[in-house]
Design a binder for this molecule. Structure first.
Ligand SMILES: C[S@@+](CC[C@H](N)C(=O)[O-])C[C@H]1O[C@@H](n2cnc3c(N)ncnc32)[C@H](O)[C@@H]1O
Length: 194
């Protein structure tokens, strides 16, 4: 069986999952072969419930969007323009369905292998990075964000202690000002500014 970030053709079994985030109800279509198919991931929820929403606006990039939870939920609490990118075609298809399902506007979904198809700069880049894709991919998502952030832009992400949060923070501090916004159940929510 492939991993959730590959595009191999597992039999499709679309399910509809609901969740409440920040007091609002959302519906998401999920499927086999996408991250967190049983519903909103704990780390993604903690990220959404921790980031200061008054700092999240303008133009946002949801890097590794999966079926769209982060961008879609943020679209309901900000007036931002949101780009959501992934390499998993099934996840991108679901993300488009979920945009309709949740009646969101100002969101685009497109294929981009990390920043390969990104040609603009963002006020915010946000991600629950694909740990299973390996350290090179995760580090590229986080460190190359510098080239795609506006000068006052911010990077927000979630990572677990057991996934190497502490050594990652040491490395990030070489290029960003790093703030741990919260640590909960082994999950770290991290903000980086240039
Ligand atoms: C941990 S999941 C997070 C999904 C979603 N943002 C969420 O919070 O539920 C990471 C996502 O990164 C995507 N991904 C993996 N490698 C990637 C790459 N090279 N470029 C862009 N996205 C990638 C995966 O397909 C997956 O959807």
């Amino acid at each position: 069986m492939g991993q959730y970030f590959t595009n191999d053709q597992l039999p499709s079994r679309i399910q509809r999952k609901s969740c409440y985030v920040l007091g609002q109800k959302f519906m998401f279509f999920t499927d086999n072969g996408v991250f967190s198919k049983t519903g909103l991931d704990f780390g993604s929820r903690l990220l959404l419930e921790t980031i200061p929403l008054d700092e999240v606006g303008g133009k946002i990039l949801d890097m590794g969007c999966g079926y769209g939870v982060i961008g879609i939920i943020l679209s309901k609490f900000t007036s931002a323009f949101i780009d959501m990118v992934d390499i998993n075609e099934r996840a991108m298809h679901l993300a488009r369905k979920n945009i309709q399902e949740n009646q969101c506007s100002n969101i685009r979904v497109f294929y981009s292998d990390i920043y390969g198809d990104i040609d603009s700069k963002y006020d915010v880049i946000i991600t629950n990075p694909p740990i299973r894709a390996g350290k090179t991919v995760v580090y590229d998502m986080l460190f190359k964000a510098r080239d795609y952030l506006k000068s006052d832009g911010k990077l927000f992400f979630v990572i677990r202690k057991e996934q190497g949060a502490k050594s990652l923070i040491v490395d990030l501090k070489k290029v960003y000002t790093v703030e741990v916004l919260i640590r909960k159940k082994g999950y770290y929510i991290i903000k980086c500014i240039l």
